[in-house]
Design a protein around this ligand. Structure first.
Ligand SMILES: [Zn+2]
Ligand SMILES: [Zn+2]
Length: 254
């Protein structure tokens, strides 16, 4: 969840409490704040503690999403190192390709970065950047693993090897990957990641976290009923939660 949205908004009870209220009304008992690292100045662990005291019926995890933003993420990484012991959870994500000034996943503007380009090469570039991010470390779970499909561009080549290499690295580092319903509200209109990636991850014994990637408390838990149905179909019976970077598996009652 991104309580700050896309600007620095200092954590206060006024900012955070609506998220707790939304979670409660949806029956979500365990949620994680994961604002983008470029807005780390807004994060206040004391305010998260206060929110925990005021909402003892909920598990409220302190997290952050570490990006590959060439401008801001070096500072974000330093901030994460400094506050590592206060954070439950770090998501890792790739939002930047060649352009340092625009996330390729901005809708619709980011689609221009795909125009006239070789889509297979962009996929290879995306997964290479993802492996770089994983290799640097400081991450517990990978967000929206196949975000590169966001605008609906499909590779012509088989990406099995690219995906396999990436999942091997994720497995070797003992990281989780995220099942994100955000893809269903984007042009691609698909869960992140795709079925074939999920199945390959399951074969490797990789764990899953779940997310709606909400940028407003109104988006919280969006499409979770569809996600639950899909997980039941695929045979995912457990999800992973993090406390101070240690994972615990929660069995689902579907
Ligand atoms: Zn965002
Ligand atoms: Zn993201």
């Amino acid at each position: 969840m991104h309580p700050q949205g896309h600007r620095v908004q200092r954590y206060t009870q006024e900012l955070l409490q609506p998220w707790a209220d939304s979670a409660r009304s949806l029956g979500l008992k365990d949620i994680a704040f994961t604002d983008h690292d470029r807005y780390h100045a807004g994060i206040d662990f004391g305010e998260i503690d206060r929110l925990r005291e005021r909402n003892p019926d909920l598990r409220l995890r302190a997290g952050i999403e570490l990006d590959n933003d060439p401008v801001h993420s070096p500072a974000g990484r330093k901030w994460i190192e400094k506050h590592w012991d206060k954070l439950d959870f770090v998501l890792g994500s790739v939002h930047f390709l060649d352009r340092a000034d625009q996330m390729f996943d901005s809708v619709p503007a980011g689609a221009a970065q795909f125009e006239g380009r070789n889509i297979d090469e962009l996929y290879a570039d995306y997964f290479r950047r993802l492996r770089e991010l994983i290799a640097i470390g400081l991450v517990d779970s990978l967000a929206h693993l196949d975000l590169i499909k966001i605008h609906g561009h499909r590779p012509t080549a088989d990406i099995g090897t690219l995906v396999n290499e990436t999942l091997e690295l994720i497995h070797a580092r003992n990281l989780a990957i995220e099942l994100s319903t955000a893809g269903w509200r984007k042009p691609v209109n698909e869960l992140y990641p795709s079925n074939s990636i999920i199945e390959l991850a399951m074969e490797k014994g990789i764990r899953f976290t779940t997310a709606s990637d909400a940028h407003s408390h109104v988006q919280l838990g969006e499409n979770f009923a569809n996600l639950a149905r899909k997980m039941a179909e695929i045979g995912i019976r457990r999800v992973c939660v993090f406390e101070k970077h240690k994972h615990a598996e929660v069995s689902l009652q579907l």
